[in-house]
Design a binder for this molecule. Structure first.
Ligand SMILES: CC(C)(COP(=O)(O)OP(=O)(O)OC[C@H]1O[C@@H](n2cnc3c(N)ncnc32)[C@H](O)[C@@H]1OP(=O)(O)O)[C@@H](O)C(=O)NCCC(=O)NCCS
Length: 199
């Protein structure tokens, strides 16, 4: 595997402790320790780097698949066929961050019952900490109709967990062994007005 194809998924950072809400026994509630990022701040930050957030184009699927391989362990990386199928489904929103002709990241979401769900988000390791992930999450919020935003993150994935907290998600539940034995998932939710229209 060439060095620039090496995945970057060392999800071993320490997470802040999860506390349990006295009003909802069994439901963990995460503390938001840092100031939130606003949609305007996220958009301005990527724009300052010449990065555009928009819907994916078919010809970009190979680039997106490559980012998946660089961002996730093999069992979690979406192959081209899956990405193509998702991009064609009307209930799915599929956003990319693009600089010139280069795709830097992607975010995929859909409706799930009354909620809107983040299915997948990945940013190329070379383009991280530029605000791309935050801007992609806000793009899904803008384009997905429905109520609250929901997602699942692996407990060991400290970077993604920190990002979600900064854009307003809170921990609402634990899914033991969701990602395999001993690899727990954390359900996160962000409240939105019920009739958020999308576009
Ligand atoms: C998680 C991921 C999408 C973040 O993308 P990103 O573009 O680097 O995120 P942003 O630059 O928008 O980060 C915004 C804020 O989130 C927090 N954050 C993001 N990544 C972080 C990390 N690795 N460690 C700590 N905080 C982090 C920071 O507060 C950051 O603001 P700052 O850079 O000003 O400090 C990216 O690391 C990734 O693709 N990881 C592999 C795939 C993955 O884990 N997907 C999620 C599966 S649930």
């Amino acid at each position: 595997m060439p060095s620039d194809e090496r995945p970057d998924h060392d999800w071993t950072e320490e997470l802040p402790p999860i506390t349990w809400s006295p009003t909802a026994p069994g439901i963990p509630v995460g503390a938001v320790s840092q100031q939130s990022i606003t949609p305007d701040e996220a958009r301005a930050r990527v724009a300052a780097n010449g990065i555009v957030i928009r819907r994916v184009r078919l010809r970009e699927m190979l680039q997106v698949a490559r980012i998946q391989r660089r961002a996730f362990p093999p069992r979690l990386a979406y192959p081209v066929a899956t990405l193509l199928t998702l991009s064609l489904l009307p209930v799915v929103q599929f956003a990319v961050a693009v600089q010139g002709r280069q795709v830097l990241g992607c975010a995929i979401g859909d409706r799930s019952g009354l909620d809107a769900r983040v299915i997948n988000i990945a940013v190329d390791p070379a383009a991280r900490r530029l605000g791309v992930g935050a801007a992609l999450l806000f793009e899904l919020e803008t384009t997905l109709s429905g109520g609250d935003m929901v997602l699942m993150v692996q407990r060991e994935n400290g970077g993604a967990h920190a990002l979600y907290r900064r854009v307003g998600y809170i921990d609402v539940g634990l899914a033991p062994d969701y990602y395999g034995r001993g690899r727990h998932g954390i359900w996160m939710r962000k409240h939105r007005p019920t009739r958020f229209p999308g576009r």
